[in-house]
Design a protein around this ligand. Structure first.
Ligand code: CO8
Length: 258
């Protein structure tokens, strides 16, 4: 499928989705988010995809929501269109693992998009920020909530109130990203990590996502209870039998996602 604002490639069970609006530093507009929702739904349904990578360009993952598209909208426009909401939620509805590979700017909606992925690998030139305050608005697709959970209240307040950018080293130190790699090697490293994820059972990967994401929504005790129920239930799968037999027989497992 051809997209106007994305380039999608599928190779070796990894779908690489590249945001492609270079003229606007990949600013997120309605077309891009609509296409991203479609591409994620297609990847989730495609048996040839076991892991998804979302990336931008060397200069920008995404410099935020498209200010030109939003500037003249009224409250009624935003509210009746439920602007961005359904399409950005599509990232959260995706059941297969999604890695954000971030180089350059990940600002506003771009930072929020990266945080909605399952984890973030960034280049050493990455810059994260929630500069909406400079535009007289606030983050709108989860930034105040997710950044606070990632980096804590003090740093999140600092970022949202001053609009300053966080570099890659600070992002790693603060727990916003899982790994920092040299900019020239970002895609090679991100695809190698995606390949590792794609080797696992997709069924089990989806379950891991459910369990980890549950930790944001519930108490520790409830979360551990949920995890234990899920753990027990996996003993009904072929992949559990295969994974444990392969270990005992000292061979690589052949998962069938069943
Ligand atoms: N929207 C639209 N166009 C943009 C955006 C953007 N967010 N960011 C950059 N561009 C465009 C510029 O207008 C410029 O276009 P042109 O050449 O036609 O003038 C082109 O991209 C290149 O940008 P610059 O010339 O500014 O490049 P610099 O290298 O000088 O600066 C920066 C790069 C620092 C990234 C700068 O472009 C910048 O500050 N951009 C805006 C960052 C920002 O404020 N982002 C937050 C936007 S608001 C938001 O994301 C809210 C999300 C929640 C939505 C929720 C809906 C429910």
């Amino acid at each position: 499928m051809a997209y106007q604002t994305l380039i999608v490639e599928i190779e070796d069970y990894v779908a690489l989705i590249r945001l492609n609006r270079p003229e606007a530093l990949n600013a997120l507009n309605s077309t891009l988010l609509g296409e991203l929702a479609e591409a994620l739904k297609a990847a989730d349904a495609n048996e040839k995809v076991r892991c998804i990578v979302i990336t931008g360009s060397e200069k920008a993952f995404a410099a935020g929501a498209d200010i030109k598209e939003m500037a003249d909208k009224s409250f009624v426009d935003m509210y009746t269109q439920n602007y961005f909401s359904d399409n950005s939620d599509s990232i959260l509805r995706t059941r297969k693992p999604i890695i954000a590979a971030v180089a350059g700017y990940a600002l506003g909606g771009g930072c929020e998009l990266a945080m909605m992925c399952d984890f973030i690998i960034c280049a050493d030139n990455a810059k994260f920020g929630q500069p909406e305050i400079n535009l007289g608005v606030v983050a709108g697709i989860g930034g105040t909530q997710r950044l606070t959970r990632f980096v804590g209240k003090s740093k999140s307040m600092d970022m949202h109130l001053t609009g300053r950018f966080m570099d890659a080293a600070e992002a790693e130190r603060s727990g916003l990203v899982s790994r920092v790699v040299p900019a020239a090697k970002l895609m090679q490293e991100a695809m190698a990590v995606a390949q590792k994820v794609a080797e696992k059972s997709v069924l089990t990967s989806m379950v891991v996502k459910e369990c980890v994401n549950r930790s944001y929504e519930t108490t520790l005790q409830e979360g551990v209870h949920f995890e234990r129920r899920i753990f027990f239930s996996l003993f009904s799968t072929e992949d559990q039998k295969e994974g444990m037999s392969a270990f005992l027989e000292k061979r690589q497992p052949q998962f069938r996602d069943k």
